[in-house]
Design a protein around this ligand. Structure first.
Ligand code: NAD
Length: 271
C-alpha cells in the first residue's frame, strides 16, 4: 500500500487501456488519482472502478492539445487534493497503416498534436506544482520511437519526440529534484489497437521478440509505478524498454531448429 501513499497523480488518457490499469495500480499503492481524459464516459468508468476498489479518484475532462484545458487540469487537481506529485503523460493517438506518399499532411499533424504538443503542455503547466513536491513525470512513448515501421512517419516520429522532451525536462527540472522518464511499450492488444490494427497484426508481432509475447497494460502499470515511486530515486532521463527484448533481436528466425535440438532435457520450450 505504501509505495505511493498520499501521493497525488494525474494520469492523462486514463479512460483507455493502459491509463485505466495504471489508475487502478497507483490507487492500490495509496495514490489519489486524477483521471484526465477527453472521453467523459470511459474516464468516469475508470473513476468508478478505482472507487469500487476503495480508492480516491476524480475525473477531469481535458484535451491535452489545448493550453487552457491542460492549465485547468492542473488547477482542478490542486483545488481538490492540494498538490501534485506525479504526472503520467499517457494520452495518445495511435495507428496508421499508410506510407508517407499516401498520407496527407492533415492526417499527420494530429499525431504531433496529441503525442507531442500534449505532453509538452501538460508538463508546461504541471512543472510549477511538481517542483514544490519534488515530483515525478512518466511519459508513455513507444517502441515505435526506436524502430521504423510501415506508417511510422507519423506515429513513430511523434513518439521519438517524446524521448527528446524527456531528456530536456530531466535536465531542466532535475535542478529542483523532479525526475522525468519515458516508457517504451511494445505492441499491446488493447481495445483501441485491436480496432485499428487487427488480431493478425498482433499475432505476428509476437515473433518480433525473444519472449514471444505482447506487452500488457499490467506491464506498463508496474513499470510506471517504479518510475513514479521513490524506489527509482536515482533514475532520470531513462528510456525504459518494455519490449520483451525486441531491441536485441536482429530479425525473425526459425525457432523450430532450436526446438528440435532442445538440449534441456525434461524442460519444454514455452512456444
Ligand atoms: N497499445 C499499444 O500497443 C501501445 C504501444 C506502445 C505505446 N502505446 C501508447 O500508450 C498510450 C496509451 O495507449 P492505449 O492503448 O491505452 O490507448 P487508448 O486509446 O486505449 O487510450 C488512450 C486514451 O487517451 C485519450 N485521449 C486521446 N486523445 C486525447 C486528448 N487530446 N486529450 C485527452 N485525452 C485524450 C483517449 O480518450 C483514450 O482514453 C498511448 O500514448 C499510446 O501511444 C500504446
Amino acid at each position: 500500500m505504501s509505495r505511493l501513499k498520499d501521493k497525488v497523480a494525474i494520469i492523462t488518457g486514463a479512460g483507455g487501456g493502459f491509463g485505466r490499469r495504471m489508475s487502478e495500480v497507483f490507487s492500490q499503492k495509496g495514490a489519489k488519482i486524477v483521471v484526465a481524459d477527453f472521453d467523459e464516459k470511459s474516464g468516469k468508468e475508470t473513476v468508478e472502478k478505482v472507487k469500487e476498489a476503495g480508492g480516491d479518484a476524480i475525473f477531469v475532462k481535458v484535451d491535452v492539445t489545448d493550453d487552457e484545458s491542460t492549465k485547468n487540469m492542473v488547477a482542478e487537481t490542486v483545488k481538490k487534493y492540494g498538490k501534485l506529485d506525479i504526472l503520467v503523460n499517457n494520452a495518445g493517438k495511435q495507428g496508421v497503416k499508410k506510407d508517407i506518399a499516401h498520407m496527407q499532411v492533415d492526417e499527420m499533424m494530429p499525431f504531433l498534436y496529441v503525442n507531442v504538443r500534449g505532453p509538452w503542455l501538460c508538463i508546461h503547466h504541471a512543472a510549477p506544482e511538481l517542483v514544490k513536491t519534488r515530483g515525478k513525470i512518466v511519459n508513455i512513448s513507444s517502441i515505435a520511437a526506436l524502430q521504423g515501421s510501415y506508417g511510422g512517419s507519423a506515429y513513430g516520429v511523434s513518439k521519438g519526440a517524446v524521448l527528446s522532451l524527456t531528456y530536456a525536462v530531466a535536465n531542466e527540472l532535475g535542478l529542483y529534484g523532479v525526475r522525468c522518464n519515458s516508457i517504451l511499450p511494445y505492441s499491446a492488444a488493447t481495445q483501441e489497437t485491436l480496432r485499428l490494427l487487427g488480431e493478425e497484426f498482433h499475432e505476428l508481432r509476437k515473433s518480433g521478440n525473444p519472449l514471444h509475447q505482447l506487452c500488457t497494460a499490467d506491464d506498463v502499470a508496474y513499470a510506471s509505478l517504479f518510475l513514479a515511486s521513490d524506489e527509482s530515486k536515482f533514475v532520470t532521463g531513462l528510456n525504459l524498454l518494455l519490449d520483451g527484448g525486441a531491441h536485441v533481436r536482429s530479425c525473425p528466425f526459425d525457432m523450430e531448429d532450436f526446438k528440435r535440438n532442445n538440449v534441456y532435457e525434461g524442460v519444454e520450450p514455452l512456444f
